[in-house]
Design a protein around this ligand. Structure first.
Ligand code: NAD
Length: 499
């Protein structure tokens, strides 16, 4: 199934990419990759190559980890007071505001995000990470402890060392900032490896962090293919911790390597959240939340709500409303200010979504909205799609589709709803739409997820921890919890003579 949008109405080109240095940022210098490797950056809105960046090799990774190790061991950054590090991070936030337009264009052209959403959500969300952890940095104190022995006892809160920050393609700026900002606030050195699909904002952030005063070697950036340089980074003996966000499959590999090396890994992995809609919910409001939950970022959102569970008395009503409403969500060019749904981030992602929808139809799914590609400018567009009546074991229900696809299943009792919601391997987010406050608290306790939203979706803030359970990983980003994860506690006990 394929739809063609009118290609005559607007600028046929995509969003203009910002100027970036196509090099690696290592030890405070822009370096050519040792073998001169290059990789293309493709605009998902047009399928055209819009930039070329460096493709690092494991030798470049070794240089970056050596630079980070030297910068950490030199002690310049970690021995600054929290207040001094805070000033640098707050300067970074201010520079991000100044360069907001470039950063938003980088996110839009890399991921295919509507430019207006990149400006309204991605750039402020990432800036907030630097501001929030800049504000917390002065408060990273140890504590004195009252001990029943003749000793003065206290704890020190120390950085872990060299942190490998590995980020995915869907929110490049936010999900790298959510690692780099707390890691730097705690005094660590960082080697960042963004997704090869979306390296542009990281190249701008290397300049931002340099200009904010992050010392040479404390932040390093290697761009390139994941399986080669991501793996080399995690295996590098100079790395003390891995902060990883990505798929469950790759996260498992990363955790295995980190496990062998006995270094901590924060693993933020895939999701497949269920949204439970009870008949007593405010339906207008709930439908808005349901649609937002699966179209936002073209469904490429680990915390998307791609599984809707509807209480039987309103099942067909909800399906009817969705069938009407979903087609009206503006899909189009990221450069168009009215666009809500842009293209998927790559042809491979679009093909995967298409395949899963085709299989869902073969498994008996009833497509009530969308269902196929949209032809526009050669971009990787897919219409927002609603599929009803699939059984729990259908792959589109069980697995992460990572596209603008919603499955809808009925339920009869609260117990059944919770069982279906918890009935996949994932556990990142969940939602309850109801007006019954007791049901809200019961659901919040019983749903296997790192975050539960009630009467809304994707209400996120830098102060609120998020992360998963089960195959969605472990560890928490955001909040003081994330800052604590980039530190380790040392106990100091000093004998008191004559006590
Ligand atoms: P991915 O797992 O393919 O890649 C993630 C990162 O790992 C990339 O930088 C990639 O280059 C790198 N990588 C690949 N192979 C590696 C290896 N062997 N060793 C080390 N690094 C390696 O994920 P993706 O396709 O970029 O992102 C989509 C996935 O991320 C989805 O599953 C989504 O749910 C998940 N995600 C989770 C969260 C969360 O907070 N839990 C947030 C966003 C995305």
């Amino acid at each position: 199934m394929s739809t063609t949008l009118d290609p005559t109405s607007a600028d046929p080109g995509g969003v203009a990419p910002p100027d970036v240095r196509p090099r690696l940022w290592i030890g405070g210098r822009w370096e050519e990759p040792r073998d001169g490797g290059r990789m293309d950056v493709v605009d998902p809105a047009t399928g055209r190559t819009v930039a070329e960046v460096a493709a690092a090799t494991p030798a470049d990774v070794a240089a970056a980890t050596a630079a980070a190790r030297a910068a950490f061991d030199d002690g310049g950054w970690r021995s600054l007071s929290g207040r001094e590090r805070s000033r640098v991070l707050l300067r970074a936030a201010a520079l991000m505001r100044e360069r907001a337009d470039e950063l938003a264009r980088a996110e839009s052209v890399d991921v295919g995000k509507p430019l207006a959403l990149a400006r309204a959500i991605d750039v402020p969300g990432a800036t907030d990470q630097y501001e929030y952890y800049g504000t917390l940095a002065p408060h990273l104190d140890g504590a004195t402890r009252d001990v029943p022995i003749p000793a003065f006892a206290y704890t020190r809160c120390e950085p872990r060392g060299v942190v490998a920050a590995i980020s995915p393609f869907n929110f490049p700026l936010i999900l790298s900032s959510s690692k780099i900002a707390p890691a730097l606030a705690a005094g660590n050195a960082v080697v960042h490896k963004p997704s090869p699909l979306t390296p542009l904002s990281a190249l701008l952030m290397a300049e931002v962090l340099r200009d904010a005063g992050v010392p040479d070697g404390v932040y390093n950036l290697v761009t390139g293919p994941g399986p080669d340089i991501g793996d080399a980074l995690v295996r590098d003996p100079r790395v003390d911790m891995v902060a990883f966000t990505g798929s469950t499959t790759v996260g498992r590999e990363v955790a295995k390597v980190a496990g062998e090396r006995l270094i901590p890994v924060a693993a933020e992995l895939g999701g497949n959240a269920a949204n439970i809609l009870f008949a007593d919910a405010d339906l207008d409001r709930a439908i808005g939340a349901v649609i937002n939950a699966f179209v936002y970022n073209t469904g490429q959102f680990c915390m998307a709500g791609p599984r809707l569970l509807v209480e039987r008395p309103v099942y067909e009503i909800v399906i009817g409303v969705l069938a009407e409403a979903v087609g009206g969500v503006p899909l189009g060019r990221p450069s168009d200010p009215g666009t809500v749904i842009g293209p998927l981030a790559s042809a491979a992602q679009r093909d995967r979504v298409e395949r899963m929808v085709r299989d869902a139809v073969a498994a008996g799914g009833r497509v009530v909205a969308g269902g196929g590609r949209v032809d526009l400018d050669g971009g990787f567009y897919f219409s927002p799609t609603v599929i009803a009546d699939l059984p729990q074991d259908a792959p589109a229900v069980r697995e992460e589709v990572f596209g603008p696809v919603l499955t809808v299943q009925p339920f009869d009792t609260e117990d059944e709803a919770v069982r279906l919601a918890n009935g996949t391997a994932y556990g990142l987010a969940a939602g309850v739409q109801t007006s019954d406050v007791s049901r809200v608290h019961r659901g919040a306790a019983r749903l296997e997820a790192g975050i539960v939203w009630v009467n809304g979706w994707a209400m996120l803030d830098t102060a609120m921890p998020f992360g998963g359970v089960k195959d969605s990983g472990w560890g928490r980003e955001n909040g003081p919890e994330a800052l604590a994860s980039f530190t380790r506690t040392k106990s100091v006990v000093i004998a008191l003579d004559g006590a």
